[in-house]
Design a protein around this ligand. Sequence first.
Ligand code: DON
Length: 583
Amino acid sequence: MRRILGTLTSVALLFTPGIGMAQTAPSQVSEFNGADVSLKFPPPVESRNAMAVSSQHFATQAGVDIMAAGGNAIDAAVAIGYALAVTHPCCGNIGGGGFATIHLANGKDTFINFREKAPAAASANMYLDDKGNVIPNLSLHGYKAVGVPGSVMGFERMLTKYGTKTRAEVMAPAIKLAADGYKLDEGDVRTYGFAAAEFAKEPNVAAVFLNNGQPWKVGENLVQKNLAATLREISAKGPDVFYKGDIAERVVAAMKANGGLVTMKDFADFTVTEGDPLRCSYRGYNIISSPPPSSGGASMCEIFNILSGYPMDKMPVHSAKSIHLMVEAMRHAYVDRNFSLGDPVFVKNPLDKLLSAKHAAAIRAKIDPVKATPSSEVKIGTVPHESDQTTHYSVVDKFGNAVSVTYTINGGFGSGVIAGDTGFFLNNEMDDFTSKVGAPNLFGLVQGESNAIAPGKRPLSSMSPTLVTKNGKVMMVIGSPGGSRIITITLESILNVIDHNMDIKAAVDTPRIHHQWMPDTVYAEDNAMTPAVRKELEAAGYKFTSGRPWGSAEGIIIGTKDGKRILYGANDARATAGAAIGN
Ligand code: DON
């Protein structure tokens, strides 16, 4: 068993342009063909049997232990989901929701949607004032920002339908981590540190997530007694206690006292759905990802379709030409995303059109071979268009099951509130809806009517838990947090492997670029391109915004070594508390 913790070294230090090609041990791939940059990353973690990767090492370990005890990847995924709710509460959660894309050993692929729903009392203009302006922060902070949580029901569906262990067995590690506490490392402390001022505003939050009013320090032990009690209740009594019983009652009491909208009926009415994942292909690989109410699969596939008309594999990683084509494809896909997609129970998603070869060809015809197209010229109605918190983890077992889960409470620590003594943060997923057409949300997304708020509707998501298969066999499990950037993070991680022969560690660590139509700027991590490439792109009309690194792509590649199956796992260097662990 091996564990590689993300290092504290920033990605920028690992990535040195201009020194010549030097990738460490690209174990499962032939070579790295980046020409104008040099990448140096640690090798992936290897295992012959099973692998789990998540953004918190105790949670990864919980999943690996379940598999070592004979459990399958679904058992492990549920164990990790509950453990992250304890050790990564910014993001992992029982107060939010998410998606799971699953490949079963029997060959079937399935998608489980446990995304939050708007409460029955929600309405399209609920975040607007009398003049029709968005009331700042109302969809982000406090009880009015909360959608009905889905994770507990989602995990139960996964476990009872596809798992082999009992609820008590898969929840035991999470309960122990909450009751006995867990030792904080640098990455954990940094995550809590970002929110210390927010914690101080809520006495029941400060009582746990601050240590006598001060931020927690590395090496200290964080105990969450209330959360342990809540998890014990769920473990013993099942999801009914969360949706119809004592836990729902305590959340609803806090809702009533603080202007929230979620009622007992909203909890009781919550449902999880299951169906086919969304599929497309790229250069002989099949992409299996999240359908609406996520935009993730559709947007990624639209970009893959556009890029498949260019020889991306012949271009160096992040050359001026490859960035130009990726950004233009992203620009068009995001305008489609923002205005055409929404919860399929409420709106018709024009997937046939968006994912057609004709649509991709029409977009390619609009892309200038050398110049940036201003986003103001790429609008709904013009041809060809018509109409930091989350967490991701990946698990593969020895039986042939593969699970890709992304779930969230939206912004870091969600709405920032914990109902009474329930111990878990409530989401602020309502901000993912369109509060007002044309007004940017937390992630700067400017969205349309298809994602308007309505009772019982699920907000459009970007979460993209994805599997990549070749000849019917899973070869990659991948996804990431990152709000609107999730789509491009997941896309680039896959392109890095398919087009650029990177191993999984290099694929997730490589600096990223992102464009989302509006604002009309290319977001670029440090060292995402050489100064010469950037200059060339600026001359072609691109504006750049640099910022701190984003996302935490946690991935697994299933390959062959010495004629036998091997798993390669990689925890994103940006998520320093995370780990890939093999078994
Ligand atoms: O579902 C979505 O698209 C967002 N709520 C995800 C939020 C997220 O990734 C925040 N983390 N960085």
